[in-house]
Design a protein around this ligand. Structure first.
Ligand code: ZN
Ligand code: ZN
Length: 107
């Protein structure tokens, strides 16, 4: 977590480091389940060449990568997305907003 902060971890840059941690962890966990890099530029499974590029990505897998993950390990996608309400509690509003859009689509 310290490495994802710019220079030193403070209360004011904590969320930026947390977002980076979520993005990098989600990306690497995707590889653990044999998902290859995605061509969708906004997908968290898209490759990145550094933190600057990581910052431009969403902490969100595209629908194709979510389908790949769900076909390999069956999980309740609605429950997973609902559990991501912690994004809001952590003030990761843009990520929570994307999750809410997905939840509205699968209703
Ligand atoms: Zn990768
Ligand atoms: Zn993808």
């Amino acid at each position: 977590m310290y490495r994802f902060a710019d220079w030193s971890l403070t209360e004011s840059n904590f969320n930026k480091g947390l977002e980076r941690l979520i993005k990098i962890s989600s990306h690497e966990i995707g590889h653990m389940f044999r998902i290859s890099h995605c061509l969708n530029a906004n997908c968290v499974i898209n490759g990145t060449n550094g933190l600057g590029e990581t910052d431009t990505h969403f902490a969100h897998a595209c629908s194709l990568c979510q389908q790949k993950l769900n076909s390999g390990i069956r999980y309740n996608n609605r429950k997973r997305m609902t559990d991501l309400k912690h994004f809001e509690k952590q003030h990761l509003h843009s990520e929570w907003s994307r999750v809410q859009k997905d939840l509205n689509i699968i209703k």
